[in-house]
Design a protein around this ligand. Structure first.
Ligand SMILES: CC(C)(COP(=O)(O)OP(=O)(O)OC[C@H]1O[C@@H](n2cnc3c(N)ncnc32)[C@H](O)[C@@H]1OP(=O)(O)O)[C@@H](O)C(=O)NCCC(=O)NCCS
Length: 172
């Protein structure tokens, strides 16, 4: 498995990973109808736009397996709400269900945080659903600390998301 910067040609595969991982991780948290309606092509188009903006402070990385191709991805860049302490943000990190728990997520986090540090962000935060216990365990394992909670609506479901912060990216 290797981690590399995503190219436009990867976005179809990223869209597939995005939707299959949502359907697995968020079953029971958001409605089945909402999950069934997710479109890999629409997700791919969003990631194509992200790449096309060519913002040097933002990065889209893929994890690629010799056999299965793109099996995970992560997106990161400047923190979006103007937080005074936590300057970078992981916008998304997803590993396809059949490849989870094999250190792919950890490698993606390391690569994304190295990149954030390289473009001048010494700290970062990310948001995760409060009820997403496996992902929360992952972030806690990597040293994230709970910062705050806020409500979020996904497909008609009223949920809570929690922010994890890393004040020093060198601890990851
Ligand atoms: C969360 C996610 C990115 C983690 O990636 P991963 O490749 O599965 O995780 P890793 O194998 O790198 O795990 C590193 C460590 O985190 C912890 N961890 C990871 N998944 C865990 C789980 N399901 N339960 C408990 N601890 C977990 C473990 O300590 C693990 O080390 P270990 O396997 O040696 O015990 C991935 O599982 C995923 O995409 N999940 C579904 C989508 C999602 O929730 N994304 C985050 C949205 S905010």
């Amino acid at each position: 498995m290797k981690i590399r910067a995503a190219a436009p040609a990867d976005t179809e595969a990223i869209g597939r990973v995005h939707v299959e991982t949502w359907r697995s991780a968020y079953r029971g948290l958001v409605s089945d109808a909402y999950l069934a309606g997710l479109s890999p092509a629409e997700r791919a188009a969003r990631w194509r736009t992200f790449l096309a903006e060519r913002d040097p402070a933002r990065v889209l990385l893929v994890a690629e397996d010799d056999v299965d191709g793109v099996i995970g991805f992560a997106a990161a860049g400047p923190e979006r709400s103007g937080d005074p302490t936590y300057r970078g943000e992981i916008y998304a990190i997803y590993v396809t269900p059949s490849h989870q728990r094999r250190a792919c997520g950890r490698e993606l986090m390391w690569a994304a945080t190295r990149r954030l540090a390289a473009v001048g962000f010494p700290s970062m935060l990310l948001w995760v659903l409060d009820a997403n216990a496996p992902a929360r365990a992952f972030y806690e394992r990597l040293g994230g600390v709970v910062l705050r909670r806020q409500p979020i609506e996904i497909g008609g479901a009223q949920l809570t998301e929690v922010a994890y912060g890393w004040s020093d990216l060198t601890v990851l």
